[in-house]
Design a protein around this ligand. Sequence first.
Ligand SMILES: Cc1cc2nc3c(=O)[nH]c(=O)nc-3n(C[C@H](O)[C@H](O)[C@H](O)COP(=O)(O)O)c2cc1C
Length: 185
Amino acid sequence: MTKGKQSTQLLLGPTPAALIACGDGNEQNIITLAWVGVVNSSPPMVSISVRPNRHSYDMIRKTGEFTVNIALAEQVDVVDGCGTISGRNLEKFEHFNLTAAAGTLSYAPMIRECPISMECELKHSLELESHTVFIGQVVSSYVEGDILNEKGSIDFERCSLLGFCSGNYLKTAPLNLKLGYTLKK
Ligand SMILES: Cc1cc2nc3c(=O)[nH]c(=O)nc-3n(C[C@H](O)[C@H](O)[C@H](O)COP(=O)(O)O)c2cc1C
């Protein structure tokens, strides 16, 4: 084995570099998060891990709502921008020419320009040392028709989604192998 020991243990990736949108009735905001995951299937639930000093934190906590919006690789400028400037100093929807799209939630908008959006209702919070893990139930999800194949699944030949690992942005590329393909060999 030639693997060398690393100083960081957080080598779990790639993850999405997702745009999380929130609002509180007075303002709407977007925060980029890489610490995002799927945590339950029925009901469908996702986790997001947010530092308490983020401007988005109180909005999510108070309203119990957020949306997870998955960006295309070509939207990396927006994702990096939303992850390096705080909504305390910038109205991000306006600055990045993004459209807040209303869905079924009362406060958190979706981002129309992202090809995938999930509306989430906060169900659990776990306060860890540096971050709080918010677990949200996905109450509705939307996919841009242009990236779907005839069977209604995401066609990764038609889109490259944005990912993140070890401080670097990545993009998806299909292997064209389906789950369970080895059973058919
Ligand atoms: C690629 C990327 C991933 C990030 N992931 C996280 C994360 O998982 N959790 C977090 O609290 N902040 C994360 N950040 C930092 C926030 O996005 C950043 O501090 C942002 O400006 C906070 O916005 P807000 O103050 O408007 O809420 C990430 C930033 C980038 C660029």
